[in-house]
Design a protein around this ligand. Structure first.
Ligand code: JFZ
Length: 590
């Protein structure tokens, strides 16, 4: 990466909330491809079909720093602390960290038990991250945990055994391309200690290939080798690595980030739950706070309800969810993360069918109150926002419903339901049986099918992203930026508004009446927005804007009868070039 790119990335990190048109730099390195599991390898796909939920662990020398270097805090993903884009630690200084790495609180059984209690089906842990340090007993490098730390144990031996004891799977993350400390590794030193020039080929033959051989032979059966950030690594290298994995671990999956479409499944952009259904075999990787590796300041944890919501949403879009924890340098797991995982795990133990072996929702997207996963002809509704009106609304279901019931974990209560204007209305108790998500099952006739047009929920705000809009005379574009270093955010937005520019959403209304409209956007100064119902009312308002996405009220609109409406939104006045519209919200006035 050139200096120029570094500057671009830095700038993006700092002020990229505008209607940014391009992002470069790390993107190229992290570029990924869409891959599907080859049919003949389908057996290896069982892990995803049946599991759907896993633990990711980032743990290494960097965990010891926890983003604090010589009293200065660096904000961003902790495992990148050595990088010039974080603290910029020299290879020599970084290597010295091994001399004080003494994770006396590391407890493999406790971690395996935590994953088990969380309801996770396997653990994937960093055997070697970009820093090049092997967190296992590596014969091909002495920059490893057994040779160069006072602790001297092999935590991966212990963890792989503990996982087997708890009946969960085990696998490794391995940074195959980036190695910042080994001569010849990508972004590593160019010369060895004797001043001899080293190539990527040298690194590959001397370290990478032997280490992948080690991690696939020394730790029993493993589920996945999670290669990462292939960058411009030539295909011949990736092919060799994949061949080693397949030879030694015929049942293991290779992550899509191996590169060159040689992986078995697709890994989505980090820390992202997709908004629309994704075909093929894929996983979403996410973390319990905002960093992968431990960062001392990062207390921005996802509570149990959010963990469940993201897990179920991922399964409902057709994927597998892998959620990360970052143990401290002493091996202990931050208690808030562990606590949230145990609480969400207790819910999963009560309602395992919602996640394990569950199929994606018949809807392309989430619903305002929660999400749907499938089991045969049964729709499983996970209701995260329980309506207090006594009615739950389901739009666009095409099948005949034969039964509806509320699960409480203790008993099953039959529910009454009616069908009107294409909406299913289910009578529910006023109080939700569960505090995180309550479960309703619907048996339907035939294969569940839905019209994925968004319905305006009569009970609660319906927020619809630009991903579900079409545009004319304006550009619908994906904006991707780093909030903190390495913490990616994604947002689709409508930008470059021409004079006749319009973003269009189509919605179904169950309960006619007046709805309050809000818009979420970024921009500069005051802007005038217009919202028009085709063949109906038009409203306008002038509101402020800011450089981060914010929600602004526009006004009330009338939807005179139940049915389908087309809604056109335009940016009429102000800095229409800077304005980026990301979302529309509808709230029924009661
Ligand atoms: C990579 C690593 O660089 C990072 O340290 C961490 O291990 C993470 C899980 O993986 O970071 C990425 C890789 C891919 C994307 C973003 C960050 N991506 O495709 O958006």
């Amino acid at each position: 990466m050139t200096i120029k790119n570094i500057v671009i990335v830095g700038l993006l990190g700092a002020l990229s909330f505008h209607a940014v048109h391009a992002e470069q730099g790390m993107d190229e390195l992290w570029g990924e491809s869409v891959v599907k599991l080859r049919a003949e390898d389908a057996k290896r796909g069982q892990l995803f079909d049946e599991g759907n939920y896993a633990m990711f662990i980032h743990w290494g020398l960097y965990s010891q720093l926890g983003n604090n270097v010589d009293g200065k805090t660096y904000y961003g993903i902790g495992e990148w602390i050595m990088s010039p884009r974080m603290a910029g630690i020299s290879v020599g200084d970084y290597k010295k960290l091994a001399g004080t790495f003494d994770p006396v609180k590391f407890d493999a059984k406790a971690i395996a038990k935590l994953a088990y209690d969380a309801g996770m089906k396997y653990i994937i842990i960093t055997s070697k991250h970009h820093d090049g340090f092997a967190m296992y007993d590596s014969k091909s490098s002495d920059f490893d945990i057994t040779d160069s730390t006072p602790w001297g144990r092999d935590p991966m031996k212990e963890l792989s055994e503990a996982c087997r004891e708890f009946g969960i799977g085990f696998g490794f993350y391995y940074s195959h391309n980036q190695d910042w400390t080994y001569p010849g590794g990508f972004r590593g030193p160019e010369k060895d200690k004797k001043g001899k020039r080293k190539t990527f080929d040298d690194y590959f033959i001397e370290k990478c290939l032997p280490q992948v051989e080690e991690i696939t032979t020394e730790y029993g059966p493993i589920e996945i080798v999670w290669f990462d950030t292939p960058g411009n690594m030539p295909k011949k290298y990736v092919e060799q690595l994949v061949a080693v994995v397949h030879k030694n671990q015929p049942n293991a999956l290779v992550s899509g980030r191996a590169g060159h479409n040689l992986g078995d499944y697709q890994s989505l952009g980090d820390m992202e739950v997709p908004l629309v259904k994704v075909p093929g075999m894929w996983e979403s990787v996410d973390t319990t706070n905002d960093s992968w590796a431990y960062a001392w300041y990062d207390e921005n944890w996802k509570p149990a309800k959010e963990i469940l919501h993201r897990t179920i949403a991922t399964v409902a879009r057709g994927g597998t969810y892998m959620l990360n924890i970052g143990p401290r340098g002493d091996g202990s797991v931050p208690e808030h993360a562990a606590d949230a995982l145990r609480k969400s795990g207790a819910w999963i133990k009560k309602y395992p069918n919602i996640i394990y072996g569950a199929g994606p929702s018949p809807y392309e997207h989430a619903l305002p109150w929660g999400d749907v996963t499938l089991r045969g002809n049964t729709l499983q509704l996970s209701v995260f926002e329980w309506p207090t009106s006594g009615e739950l609304y389901l739009p666009g279901l095409k099948n005949e419903v034969t039964a509806a019931r509320l699960l409480t974990g203790k008993d099953v209560q039959p529910l009454e339901f009616t069908s009107k204007d294409g909406w299913l209305q289910i009578s529910i108790p006023q109080i939700a049986p569960e505090k995180y998500a309550s479960v309703i099952e619907l048996d339907v006739e035939g294969t569940p099918e839905s019209d994925s047009t968004w319905g305006l929920d009569p009970n609660m705000t319906t927020s619809i992203r630009a991903n579900f809009a079409t545009s004319k005379g304006a550009k619908l574009q994906k904006n991707r930026w780093m909030e903190k270093f390495g913490e990616w955010k994604h947002m689709k937005q409508v930008i470059d508004w021409q004079e006749d520019g319009v973003a269009t959403w189509v919605v179904d209304v169950a309960v006619p009446g007046t709805y309050h409209i809000d818009l979420s956007y970024v921009g500069e100064g005051r802007v005038v927005w217009q919202v028009a119902i085709e063949g109906g009312e038009t409203i306008r308002n002038q509101q402020a804007s800011s450089s981060v996405y914010q929600k602004y009220p526009i006004g009330w609109m009338n939807f005179p009868e139940a049915g389908r409406y087309t809604i056109n939104v335009s940016c009429l006045e102000g800095d229409t070039e800077a304005a980026g519209l990301s979302e529309i919200h509808f709230t029924r006035i009661q």
